[in-house]
Ligand binder design. Structure first.
Ligand SMILES: Cc1cc2nc3c(=O)[nH]c(=O)nc-3n(C[C@H](O)[C@H](O)[C@H](O)COP(=O)(O)OP(=O)(O)OC[C@H]3O[C@@H](n4cnc5c(N)ncnc54)[C@H](O)[C@@H]3O)c2cc1C
Length: 372
């Protein structure tokens, strides 16, 4: 048996980032079922940083993460983690209420005339939007750099990552977990459940009450755009009702109908109908004609009923820590979320940046779900 202070299950962004913090003072192992870290949600995101997107706790954690992305610790990454890209919110017929909700929770949203909007997004179809809002503080994240930065930090601190190690059994006995994998049993007094869409599956293995996690599939299509030399400078464009979005990526445009189809945890693939709907909405909102799909992918965004993340010790089981339910915001919030989780695990004060953003720990505690 291999023995550690803490075992983290899952090597996506959640597991990698919290493990990196914990490894500074604890012996940490990360167990990952796939043959490489980041195979599931982390490797399939739209890679956006949107500080006005998400439920209240996620807004606080995302905003508290900005300084890390803009100025990561020395040696964390050799290129910028966050590159600015503005976002446009188109408010179409019937989206007035959604628009008011957006304005109520957002910081620093500006309003643009259609003409001004067309200066930064020249293909906007005239008359399509009743109003256009601009968020100047959004950007593109380099997910691979962020994820690999945390994995490197973890290893530098003596932590270990074991791939092809699916957790198949969990037993808590004599104040220790026995974690069964195809390569033997690992033990530790504490496990961190960072298994993404499978977090409830892990809980059930250990006899812990599930949190009601629902994975939802989202599909992204990549389409070629010709005749627009300024494509890379276009903003992310969405509508106030979040029914579609597009943004430039590597010389093409990614487009999604913002689908959120409830599914069981699995290796997700794109839904053709959802992609077609996204392209149709893109063509309604713009003067672009799309006649070819370059490629597509699908991924899972996992939510509990109130949409807020689940971070804290299970109320019904010693030594079991939840780090789940990051929905569509798990990358943009990862620096502050992982620091917060590590401070709860180690019993140290919450990070100042998170306190300054007004995060209420009760809003992310698993107690709100299992004891209500
Ligand atoms: C299409 C799409 C677009 C998105 N866009 C954005 C965006 O623009 N910005 C943003 O911030 N977020 C975005 N997200 C959300 C973001 O990707 C997720 O919130 C985040 O990746 C979740 O990270 P995770 O580590 O919890 O999950 P995962 O990356 O899925 O990691 C969980 C890991 O646990 C492992 N695992 C599961 N079961 C076991 C087991 N039994 N044993 C061992 N290992 C196990 C899995 O193999 C997996 O590697 C998007 C998501 C999708 C799908």
């Amino acid at each position: 048996m291999k023995s550690y202070d803490i075992i983290v299950i899952g090597a996506g962004i959640a597991g990698a980032s919290v493990a990196a913090h914990l490894a500074a003072t604890r012996r940490v192992a990360v167990l990952e079922m796939e043959n490489r870290p980041g195979f599931h949600s982390t490797g399939r995101s739209a890679a956006s940083y949107e500080p006005n997107y998400g439920p209240p706790a996620m807004l606080a954690l995302t905003r508290a993460s900005e300084s890390f992305f803009r100025e990561p610790p020395k040696g964390f990454a050799e290129a910028p983690l966050l590159t600015s890209r503005e976002s446009l919110f188109l408010v179409t017929e019937g989206q007035e209420e959604a628009c008011e909700k957006l304005i109520a929770k957002a910081n620093e949203l500006g309003e643009l005339s259609e003409r001004a909007a067309r200066e930064i997004f020249p293909v906007l179809r005239p008359g399509h939007a009743k109003r256009v809002l601009l968020d100047p503080n959004t950007g593109d994240l380099d997910v691979d750099l962020i994820h690999s930065g945390y994995l490197r930090l973890l290893r530098e601190r003596g932590g270990q990552v074991f791939t092809d190690h699916e957790v198949k059994g969990l037993l808590y006995r004599d104040w220790k977990w026995q974690v069964a994998t195809p390569h033997g049993i690992y033990t530790s007094p504490m496990i961190v459940n960072a298994a993404g869409a499978w977090a409830d599956t892990i809980a059930k293995l250990g006899g812990v009450a599930p949190i009601g996690l629902q994975p939802k599939r989202r599909s992204i299509g990549v389409v070629p755009v010709t005749g627009h030399d300024d494509l890379e400078d276009w903003p992310l464009v969405t509508d106030a009702g979040e029914t579609w979005y597009c943004k430039p990526q590597s010389g093409k445009l990614i487009v999604s109908s913002a689908d959120a189809t409830p599914v069981d945890p699995h290796d997700a693939y794109a839904d053709d109908m959802a992609i077609a709907t996204g392209i149709d909405r893109l063509m309604q909102a713009t003067t672009l004609t799309v006649d070819r799909l370059h490629h597509s992918w699908g991924g899972l965004r996992s939510f509990v009923r109130d949409g807020q993340p689940v971070v804290g010790f299970a109320p019904d089981q010693e030594g079991f820590f939840w780090l789940a339910g990051q929905g569509g915001y798990g990358i943009q919030s990862s620096p502050a979320l992982s620091e917060t989780a590590a401070s709860l695990i180690l019993g140290t004060p919450l990070p100042d940046s998170v306190v300054a953003q007004g995060l209420d720990i009760k809003d992310i505690s698993p107690r709100r779900l299992t004891h209500s």
